[in-house]
Design a protein. Structure first.
Length: 323
């Protein structure tokens, strides 16, 4: 980011004019309940926003097109790529600097909105009190049918915080207590230990102070062979967390990744990441093997068990070990 030719700026300029979303649709038609909630929150008592002939407050323009918790399925990926380039350059902070709206047509209950968003402009490198970075402006055209109803421009500054070295925060640590300390001690040694009830021999995971089959509080352990299958899984799509900088899954740290409920050959199940397989190729029944990954950061060493897909192999056959 310091001095020299602004090579990053040249790369970012290539994103100008690219669509950030195409043919998006509002999740709900314009409706009176949302208008009422908005007016109550804003303290707006204008009678134009009530009754049979109500219109929506113009400043609600963006509210009808927001993606919400489930996101915007019309996104093209161009904006995410641009943002990733800035993150790699240390511009990991963001602040909205201004927004502009143009109102061309009143919105009325029942109107169904469609929208397209384009990356309108990317500035050259700018130095501000917050830090050095780039201003990115997007323009969203909002329509009712073919009729342009409004335009929303949003400008943000993606920047490297001034005077603060950019470094990843430490990796979150598991909560270790007297009941599960033995499990994590085994992991640190590269061993996957399973609790076994000393009374009835039942295996259990996660570790517990007593057997939920017979109530016995005495136990010992057996070491898992580390083979299993995916019993169930979810694909995580939340934004990347800076602590996870390595490519710990097939999609890379910035992409979706799979978290599996793994059924070990010994019969117990545990939750962990599924690695070595693209997230969209993970399936129920996929054979996996345990793999121990060691990480170092300012808080010290940390070892975690993950499960690597082993396609084309009957993992459970003959690999369960003696229990």
């Amino acid at each position: 980011m310091a001095g020299g030719t602004d090579e990053l700026g040249v790369r970012l300029k290539a994103y100008e004019g690219l669509p950030a979303s195409r043919a998006g649709t509002g999740k709900d038609p314009v409706n009176l309940p949302m208008i009422r909630h908005w007016c109550e929150a804003m303290g707006d008592t204008n009678p134009a926003y009530r009754g049979a002939d109500a219109v929506a407050p113009p400043t609600m323009l963006q509210a009808w097109t927001m993606g919400g918790l489930s996101g915007n399925t019309a996104r093209t990926g161009a904006y995410d790529e641009l943002s990733a380039l800035l993150d790699e350059a240390g511009c990991v902070s963001i602040v909205a600097t201004d927004c502009e709206q143009e109102y061309l047509r009143p919105l009325r209950p029942g109107d169904e909105l469609v929208f397209d968003t384009v990356i309108e402009s990317v500035s050259g490198r700018k130095t501000t009190k917050l830090g050095t970075g780039y201003f990115v402006t997007t323009r969203t055209d909002i329509r009712v049918g073919e009729e342009l109803a409004g335009v929303h421009r949003l400008r943000v500054l993606k920047y490297a915080p001034a005077g603060k070295p950019v470094k990843a925060p430490p990796r979150p640590r598991p909560v270790i207590n007297r009941d599960n300390a033995g499990f994590w001690e085994g992991v640190a040694e590269g061993r996957l230990l399973i609790q076994r009830c000393a009374g009835c021999g039942t295996l259990r995971h996660p570790w517990l102070p007593g057997c939920n089959a017979c109530g016995c509080s005495d136990w010992d352990t057996v070491e898992s062979a580390g083979a299993g299958t995916v019993y169930s899984y979810v694909v995580m799509h939340h934004p990347p967390f800076p602590a996870f900088t390595e490519s710990e899954h097939a999609g890379g740290a910035a992409g979706p990744y799979a978290v599996g409920l793994i059924e070990l050959a010994e019969g117990v199940r545990m939750v962990s990441n599924v690695v070595g397989v693209p997230y969209d190729k993970v399936r129920i029944g996929l054979p996996v093997r345990v793999e121990f990954r060691r990480y170092e950061d300012e808080e010290g060493a940390l070892t975690l068990p993950v499960f690597r897909g082993v396609e084309g192999e009957d993992t459970l056959a003959g690999l369960g070990g003696e229990v």
